[in-house]
Design a protein around this ligand. Structure first.
Ligand SMILES: [Fe+2]
Ligand SMILES: [Fe+2]
Length: 249
């Protein structure tokens, strides 16, 4: 069995095979951790975390060779509006990613009793937190705004994440694989649609796309189950509703 899916219930220390094991928090502590994650996700402002943003913008720059200064001056009003709409969709996607990983980490603790799996989800969630900051920063720079429905998107995704984790570890990981692959394909579509001159947004989307592919691969390696085709189609339909609405509001 993969190390991530190994159940652990002992105090922090080294297991029989040399892997680090961690003490499971109480159910109450797991809920408090999750609630803290929810507040951070919904109240995060890109400007509140400049070191992370500055540090990781340089990572994005390095990945794409795209300069980040004076991007907006090269965009027409129409291009800026379209970039803003697409980045609003991506910001909503990252709000949902926060909710999903937060809920799945909670589910891993209270139902699967698997602290390592919870930490796997939290590690991916932290990278999604960077995506959240990047997309919010692009919205700011483009003079646009996040979706007013973000609390609604978060609540819906959180409920779906809880449901996925209630169905077991393999299904929960399978849900991550399918979600991340759909997001990766969606981001590839945005690279076709974003204005050529908006190199800053394109750099962010390209880096996010690479990260989402890695998240899918990591979940696959951790023991994900293949989801039924009908479930994948429902997920695609739900994502279509979200992207269509978020393009406008
Ligand atoms: Fe992401
Ligand atoms: Fe991801």
């Amino acid at each position: 069995m993969d190390t991530v899916t190994r159940r652990v219930g002992r105090k922090r220390g080294v297991g029989h095979n040399g892997n680090m094991i961690h003490q499971l928090p109480s159910t109450q502590d797991a809920w408090i951790t999750s609630f803290d994650g929810t507040l951070r996700s919904l109240c995060t402002h890109a400007t509140a975390a400049p070191p992370v943003w500055v540090e990781d913008v340089s990572r994005v720059q390095h990945a794409t060779d795209a300069p980040f200064d004076a991007q907006e001056t090269r965009l027409s009003a129409t291009e800026r509006a379209e970039s803003g709409a697409l980045m609003r969709i991506n910001h909503v996607g990252e709000v949902c990613a926060q909710a999903l990983y937060n809920a799945q980490a909670l589910g891993a603790r209270i139902w699967c009793r698997n602290e390592q799996l919870a930490r796997h989800f939290e590690a991916a969630g932290r990278e999604e937190g960077l995506h959240l900051a990047w997309t919010k920063q692009r919205l700011n720079d483009l003079g646009d705004r996040p979706s007013v429905l973000n609390p609604f998107w978060y609540a819906g995704a959180f409920a779906i994440g809880l449901l996925a984790s209630r169905l077991g570890e393999a299904t929960s990981l399978g849900f991550v694989v399918e979600t991340e692959r759909q997001v990766e394909a969606h981001l590839a579509g945005h690279l076709d649609r974003l204005p050529v001159n908006d190199t800053a947004s394109r750099a962010v989307v390209a880096q996010m796309k690479a990260d989402e592919a890695r998240h899918a691969n990591d979940a696959q390696k951790a023991g994900a189950a293949e989801l039924p085709r009908a479930v994948k189609l429902v997920m695609k339909a739900a994502a279509k509703v979200m992207t269509t609405v978020a393009h406008k509001i």
